[in-house]
Design a binder for this molecule. Structure first.
Ligand code: HEC
Ligand code: HEC
Length: 297
């Protein structure tokens, strides 16, 4: 075909101009009309009560800004920290920890004052590991303090909720605390665990001689020593101790000969202190191992 097709609608320059106007102009006009319509609808909404509406619009943004300035990180509540960390010992009273809700156990401690409680929670006391065995990277001082208050106030106390740190203070605490501990979360945690084991070691011996004294019946002595010493860690699996009665945790260990297992119990292994930190007679420690091993068979 060498000619333009017949019946083409555009035949003159005037028609072409008209077509161009129709092709571009009409959509553009529709877009402009839509934009005006949308914009106008917004303006009508705002225009009805300009001042109130502006306040309304600005207020939430301003609140968010204030909150951001005070809390660069989202702090865990005392309850959350308790459930994640402290409950391991404080829910059941493991290792002699004052039990959650036990007003009798908490009253003398609360009587020492909040500062002492917080100091002991942050730095450890007896079998209580510093910060419950966590690192400052995991939980800030403020969060530990909240957990202290949460536990104390659910156990008969009436302590004031600790004040949230100012952003500057939080930053400097965050900068100095991890440096004082070990750099890096994992090793800080290991340090805390080791500290906890050492603390348990220091606190346990007073309890042990009683078990040694009544070691007439070996099985009886094993159970007694377990209850006085070993369960501090082995009942709940503190510091990853194989849990009492947990077959899966014990099975790989029981592939070793019993002599080896006794040896670990007598001389320590990893976070497991020699004799669990007690000075019980070897025979009683072995009996305690038997008692635990039998429960995991
Ligand atoms: C590994 C077990 C364990 C964990 C985990 C643990 N505690 Fe403790 N806690 C103890 C023991 C044991 C004591 C009793 C220490 C003593 O009086 O010798 C104790 C005592 C305390 C006390 C009382 C201190 C005082 O002045 O008498 C506070 C407060 C406390 N813990 C807070 C916490 C907080 C907060 C957490 C969690 C962040 C936590 N604990 C996690 C074992 C633990
Ligand atoms: C301070 C906490 C703690 C106390 C108290 C404690 N243990 Fe342990 N125990 C551990 C830990 C942690 C392990 C795991 C060690 C590892 O495998 O690195 C362990 C492991 C063991 C094992 C297994 C060793 C193996 O074969 O791998 C035996 C057996 C054992 N403990 C016996 C005892 C006896 C008996 C007592 C009481 C006299 C006791 N433990 C008290 C923390 C403790």
């Amino acid at each position: 075909m060498s000619e333009a097709p017949h019946g083409a609608p555009i035949k003159t320059p005037g028609q072409l101009i008209a077509a161009v106007i129709a092709g571009f102009g009409i959509p553009v006009a529709i877009i402009i009309l839509l934009a005006v319509y949308v914009n106008n609808a917004t303006r009508t909404g705002a225009g009805t009560d300009l001042e109130a509406s502006v306040k309304e619009r600005i207020a939430p943004a301003a609140q968010v800004d204030i909150r951001d300035a005070n809390a660069p990180r989202v702090y865990k509540t005392g309850e959350e920290v308790f459930k994640a960390v402290c409950s391991a010992c404080h829910a059941t009273g493991t290792a002699g920890a004052p039990k959650f809700g036990d007003a009798g156990a908490w009253a003398p401690r609360i009587g020492e004052g909040y500062d002492t409680l917080l100091h002991n929670a942050l730095n450890g006391k007896g079998a209580m590991p510093a910060r419950g065995g966590t690192s400052p990277d995991d939980y800030s001082d403020f969060e530990i303090a909240r957990a202290v208050v949460y536990m104390a106030n659910n156990s008969g106390g009436k302590l004031a909720e600790p004040a949230q740190p100012a952003p500057g203070a939080a930053a400097s605490a965050g900068a100095s605390a991890p440096a004082a501990a070990a750099p890096g979360g994992a090793s800080a945690n290991e340090n805390a665990q080791a500290a906890a084991a050492v603390a348990a070691l220091a606190s346990v011996p007073q309890a042990a001689p009683a078990a040694g004294a009544q070691s007439a019946d070996a099985a009886q002595a094993g159970k007694a020593l377990y209850e006085q010493v070993c369960q501090a860690c082995h009942a709940a699996g503190v510091l990853n101790a194989p849990k009492f009665g947990d077959k899966a945790a014990w099975a790989p260990r029981l592939k070793d000969s019993m002599d080896t297992v006794y040896n670990y119990a007598l001389h320590g292994k990893g976070a497991m202190p020699p004799k669990g930190g007690s000075n019980a007679p070897d025979a009683d420690v072995k009996a305690a191992v038997d008692y635990m091993v039998n429960a995991a068979k």
